[in-house]
Design a protein. Structure first.
Length: 138
């Protein structure tokens, strides 16, 4: 087998509107806008990354264009936590997110893998805010 270098580059997240999604992810959460490029018609290539992510995986904010896509907004994984926002300081980011109006489903809890709390974006997508223990960090 040959040596390979692969990584997840972009994960697509269905949203109802590009600008509303940018207002939340960039405006409230402080994500960096990487690209906002026009494509055919009114379609755009809009990518964001959490602060400090460097060249890590980006989130593609994909505006739903069909009834099936619209129906999947906020439920792309059948109600499971979809995305995991890793932090180096759980208490800081949890407090900042709550101050910005992010709705958490639960109080922070301590698990074998780290400190975690589930939150939702404005469209219902479930995320974990997580600070992994050093021994289990991905």
């Amino acid at each position: 087998m040959t040596d390979r270098q692969q990584r997840l580059a972009v994960v697509s997240l269905l949203v109802p509107d590009y600008d509303l999604a940018l207002a939340f992810y960039v405006g409230k959460l402080g994500f960096s806008l990487i690209d906002d490029l026009p494509q055919c018609g009114d379609k755009r290539w809009v990518t964001v990354r959490p602060p400090g992510a460097g060249q890590g995986c980006a989130l593609l904010l994909a505006r739903a264009v069909s009834a099936a896509q619209t129906a999947a907004i906020g439920n792309q994984t059948g109600g499971r936590v979809f995305l995991f926002l890793e932090t180096d300081d759980f208490a800081r980011d949890h407090a900042d997110m709550k101050a910005a109006g992010v709705q958490f489903e639960e109080e922070p809890r301590h698990e074998a893998y780290g400190t975690v709390a589930v939150w939702r974006d404005p469209w219902g997508n479930r995320w974990d805010l997580v600070q992994f223990r050093a021994s289990v960090a991905p």
